[in-house]
Design a binder for this molecule. Structure first.
Ligand code: APR
Length: 180
């Protein structure tokens, strides 16, 4: 059975098998955790993202549609892989945002499973630039990860990495959800 962990800090410093990036659909890098990961990983990560984007040139939803995920090497990061997923922008909740956010966690775990990885760290996807309400996002994150792990027995450790105090306090308040 996998262990769910909560951590406050910088996801780029973790030596887990995979860290998840809250990317955008162009995979061109950005600010927030996307910017932090690319800064720490170096130019090789962006080059690999651009190769993926080139293969999906002309795709109407961009290199990586919202809710989907792609996997790359780590560049100079300490992890083995980076999983880039694109969270939904919050438009009020009636545009399918909850389902798309859940898909980010589900699809990231699927890629980790397919890559034979055992540990994965998630940032608080969509809760920064994309404006997703933090408590609602936290509940979706924890519930979706718990539901998905039953199909990924090889994954032994999932870490929710909160960078800001608010998210950390919210995840701690959901302690009751942690137990399987
Ligand atoms: N480690 C862990 N979490 C971090 C880090 C870090 N080094 N830096 C920021 N975060 C947190 C933020 O505090 C926020 O809680 O990541 C969470 C997600 O915020 P964003 O990075 O803004 O991501 P998101 O809201 O999904 O918006 C994605 O922003 O950077 C662009 O290219 C990206 O267009 C995309 C959009």
């Amino acid at each position: 059975m996998a262990v769910l962990e909560l951590l406050q800090g910088d996801i780029t410093r973790l030596t887990v098998d995979a860290i998840v990036n809250a990317a955008n659909s162009s995979l061109r890098g950005g600010s927030g955790v996307d910017g932090a990961i690319h800064r720490a990983a170096g130019p090789e990560l962006l080059a690999e993202c651009q190769r993926i984007a080139a293969r999906r040139k002309g795709h109407p939803a961009g290199a990586c549609p919202t809710g989907e995920a792609v996997i790359t090497g780590p560049g100079r990061l300490l992890c083995k892989k980076v999983i880039h997923t694109v969270g939904p922008i919050w438009y009020g909740g009636a545009e399918g945002e909850p389902g798309l956010l859940a898909a980010c966690y589900r699809n990231s775990l699927l890629l980790a499973k397919e890559a034979g990885l055992e540990s994965i760290a998630f940032p608080n996807i969509s809760t920064g630039v994309y404006g997703y309400p933090k408590a609602a996002a936290a509940e979706i994150a924890i519930q979706t990860v718990k539901a998905s792990l039953s199909k990924a027995p090889g994954i032994k450790r999932v870490i929710f990495v909160c960078y800001d105090e608010e998210n950390y306090g919210i995840y701690k308040s959901f302690a009751g959800l942690w137990s399987f």
